[in-house]
Every structure is written in structure tokens, then in C-alpha cells.
Design a protein around this ligand. Structure first.
Ligand code: CIR
Length: 254
């Protein structure tokens, strides 16, 4: 997939009060802003034109824009986030998305779905069933995608928070996977780059136009991805990790 654009939203001061299960302490707002700034620079270096939305203090987790929409080459799907405190984020995203497409679809109540549970690998999508994405939401997305000629497989999660917490598609049949996905039948036909348990956070990486962006400090995973032929760029993600966020969560790429 060749990407040309990305949408991001700056973290607000309320970011430090967002949802988390991580137990890594409160994020430092200034440091989060800095890390976000470097993230935007990295996307630009990968060739993307980046739309930077201003912080929205009303929604502490709104910097994790990935959860509010699913971009495909043929349509954009506005999600229906399962986290109550995040659901209102879609109102603003709907208006932003209108600038980029006329083909907008919606996940509707009682269906819930967050973009972190959706991974595209060529013309096929994998949709995780999580605490945020329910069966109804996953089925709605599958039906929408099939209408546009895509395939879709629903993947019940065991431990991971979102699907993409533990998996990333790099292109060329290369799949980075961790934990419960390593031996899963669903991903058996991909060329696997396996992430060790002690580096699990690095499974949420981003391949943008053949550069792989990895969180800083995961040497074994870095080496494996380099061995697979990719250029790797590392970014410090400490303040986003504290709120259960990873590299993919911070942008919509298309
Ligand atoms: C949340 O709990 O919703 C945020 N603190 C983290 C969202 C991470 N998003 C993602 O994995 N796509």
C-alpha cells in the first residue's frame, strides 16, 4: 500500500487523564507533545502530507485518532468506539474525513468498533473482537468491506487490547506478530517476523512506504525487521505507552 497522507491530533493537557490499563504512571504532557511532534516529523520523512488537528481537551484520548475511522482505498468507515468516554470523538472526525472522501460509511449502534482492531493486508481486512469491538460492529464492518470487494476475517482476541496491539502487516506478505497471534491459524500463510515476549510492545509498528517505524529500544525486533530488508526508524513512545497507545494509534494513514 502506498500512502500519501496522514491525519493526527495533538494531545491536549487532559491527555494525562485518559484511559489506561498500563500501570506505568501518569504521562508527562510536555514530553508527550514532544514525542508527538517527532512522530509527525517521521511521517513527513516517509513522504506523507500530514493534517494536524488541534488538541481537543474534551476527549483525553483523542490523540489516538486511529480508533475513530477506518480508511480504505474505496471508502472511509466512521467507527463507533466501544469506550464510552471516547465515543464522541467521531463527531469531529466525521467532519475532517469529509474533506478527503465522498464515500463515508458508518458503524451503527448496537455495533461498536475501534480502528485499532482493524488491520489491512492487501485486499483483506482482519477485524479483532475485543472489549471495544463487539460482534455486531465487526459484522457490520465485514459487510461494508465486502460490498466494496474486500475480504474480511473476524479474529476473537484472547489477551491483546486491540488487534493491532499485537500485529502489523508490512507488505510483501510480511507480518510482524506477537503473543496469541504467533501460532494462530488465521495468519499461518504469512511470512512471519516473530516478536519475543519481552519486546511485545514493538509489535505495534508502522510500515510506511517501505520504512518501518518502531518504538525505541526493541533491539531484537529491530534486527529481525532489518534482516527482512526494511529501513527502520525508531521513535521514543514512552508517554503514549503509559496510556496503552502505540505507533499505529496516533494516525490515520491513506
Ligand atoms: C484507550 O484506552 O482507548 C486509549 N488510552 C488507547 C487507545 C490505543 N489505540 C489503539 O491501539 N488504536
Amino acid at each position: 500500500m502506498k500512502f500519501t497522507r496522514a491525519i493526527v491530533r495533538k494531545p491536549g493537557k487532559s491527555y494525562v487523564n485518559g484511559l489506561t490499563t498500563a500501570n506505568l504512571g501518569k504521562p508527562d504532557y510536555e514530553r508527550a507533545l514532544e514525542q508527538h511532534g517527532r512522530y509527525v516529523e517521521a511521517l513527513k520523512q516517509c513522504g506523507l502530507a500530514v493534517t494536524i488537528l488541534e488538541a481537543d481537551e474534551e476527549f483525553p484520548d483523542s490523540t489516538f485518532v486511529e480508533d475513530t475511522a477506518v480508511f480504505t482505498e474505496k471508502c472511509v468507515v466512521i467507527t463507533n468506539p466501544g469506550a464510552e468516554s471516547r465515543n464522541g470523538e467521531i463527531v469531529a472526525m466525521k467532519n475532517v474525513v469529509k474533506d478527503f472522501t465522498d464515500t463515508i460509511e458508518y458503524i451503527q449502534h448496537p455495533g461498536t468498533l475501534e480502528g485499532g482492531d482493524v488491520m489491512q493486508a492487501e485486499d483483506h481486512f482482519y477485524i479483532g473482537l475485543s472489549t471495544r469491538t463487539n460482534e455486531e460492529g465487526a459484522n457490520q464492518l465485514k459487510t461494508i468491506l465486502e460490498k466494496y470487494g474486500y475480504g474480511a476475517t473476524i479474529v476473537p482476541l484472547v489477551k491483546f487490547f486491540h488487534l493491532k496491539t499485537g500485529i502489523a502487516y508490512l507488505g510483501n506478505n510480511n507480518m510482524v506478530l506477537a503473543g496469541e497471534f504467533i501460532d494462530s491459524e488465521v495468519f499461518a500463510d504469512f511470512d512471519k517476523i516473530v516478536v519475543d515476549e519481552d519486546e511485545e510492545y514493538a509489535a505495534n509498528c508502522l510500515c510506511i512506504n517501505d520504512t518501518v517505524i518502531l518504538p525505541q529500544g526493541y533491539e531484537k525486533t529491530k534486527r529481525k525487521i532489518e534482516q527482512a530488508g526494511y529501513t527502520v526508524m525508531e521513535l521514543e513512545m514512552s508517554e503514549f505507552r503509559k496510556q496503552d497507545g502505540g505507533l499505529s494509534c496516533l494516525s490515520l494513514r491513506f
